[in-house]
Design a binder for this molecule. Structure first.
Ligand SMILES: Nc1ncnc2c1ncn2[C@@H]1O[C@H](COP(=O)(O)OP(=O)(O)OP(=O)(O)O)[C@@H](O)[C@H]1O
Ligand SMILES: NC(=O)c1ccc[n+]([C@@H]2O[C@H](COP(=O)(O)O)[C@@H](O)[C@H]2O)c1
Length: 288
């Protein structure tokens, strides 16, 4: 692994190449560099601003459920967000933290090897990826259309409940504003959704009801067939009483309670935040 200082210029140059290309999706690096061809693609799309222990839990629980060296995890940074303007840290810092997160995640998975799986070669490989597409349906198409993976592999998109709601919000699909554009996503791919109970997003029961309503056909008038519910797996998030973890909370801790970073972000990401200070640095970053 490159030193912390070397990671930023390395990703800055890769980002510039991507920005000036006509590609909508690219794999910038892989951990490890070489690995066997993939069978299933798990995709964690995020702003990684910064990567947190919630992202670690979302990814590790999915990979542990199907622990298979032919599973591949794509950490996908969207350079355009559907709602939010870009803000610090710079994209190159986030990509550097994504690579460190990949090492943290593989170390975490190695501690939970089942009997018989003993080597790092048995761990899923992780790709550090970028896309210019803000919507999930277009991200999935861009991954399929790239020549980065063999054939059309099934993609399992790992999201939180707040993101599920937004995927099903017709405001994102002009001009008709129906759910029909999602057909290509659900015809080939799946969502694995981590519940995120909160005052804003409702209780666990409210979140389960959202998928039950889809399964009952309540969204068919908007173009969302009931069969899509079978492509959505809802899983438990944090346990009751556990503190809620988010990138916002980690960014706040950097400017105040730095000791909280221990439980908010994985170890190598924490070391990068403390050493490189990506949220206080005042240096130019690559524009996309
Ligand atoms: N604590 C969490 N529980 C469940 N899902 C989460 C959690 N944190 C992040 N996610 C999910 O991970 C994906 C990427 O998250 P994102 O980058 O938006 O993180 P975030 O912590 O919500 O960011 P921010 O605080 O900057 O808004 C989204 O689908 C989001 O729903
Ligand atoms: N309809 C959609 O596909 C849709 C809607 C809102 C956000 N998103 C994406 O979800 C990801 C997470 O978004 P936030 O960083 O706003 O939580 C981003 O890549 C964003 O562009 C997709």
């Amino acid at each position: 692994m490159a030193s912390f200082q070397a990671l930023r210029p390395q990703y800055s140059s890769l980002l510039k190449q991507f920005a000036s290309s006509s590609k909508d999706f690219a794999v910038l690096s892989s951990v490890p560099e070489r690995s066997p061809p993939a069978k299933t693609l798990f995709v964690l799309d995020s702003s990684f601003n910064p990567p947190t222990r919630a992202h670690l839990r979302i990814a590790s629980s999915a990979l542990q459920e199907h622990l298979d060296p032919r599973s591949r995890l794509l950490l996908l940074l969207a350079t355009q967000n559907a709602d939010k303007p870009s803000k610090p840290a710079s994209f190159e810092d986030r990509l550097a933290m994504m690579e460190l997160f990949a090492h943290d995640l593989r170390s975490h998975l190695a501690t939970s090897f089942p009997e018989g799986l003993r080597s790092n070669d048995d761990l899923p490989a992780i790709d550090i990826c970028v896309t210019k597409k803000p919507y999930f349906v277009d991200k999935a198409t861009a991954i399929e259309a790239s020549d980065c993976y063999p054939g059309a592999l099934e993609q399992i998109h790992l999201t939180g409940y707040d993101t599920l709601i937004r995927i099903f919000n017709t405001k994102y699909y002009p001009p008709e504003h129906t759910l029909q554009p999602l057909a290509s996503l659900f015809s080939k791919h799946r969502l694995r959704v981590t519940m995120r109970p909160s005052d804003e997003w409702g209780s666990r029961e409210d979140q389960e009801e959202f998928v039950c309503a889809l399964a009952r056909g309540d969204r068919e008038a908007e173009g969302g067939p009931r069969e899509w519910a079978q492509k959505i797996q809802l899983v438990e998030g944090r346990k009751p009483g556990d503190p809620s973890v988010s990138s916002t909370r980690a960014r706040d801790a950097i400017h105040g309670a730095v000791e909280d970073l221990e439980w908010l972000v994985p170890e190598k990401v924490r070391q990068y935040l403390l050493a490189e200070k990506p949220y206080t640095r005042d240096s130019p970053s690559t524009r996309i």
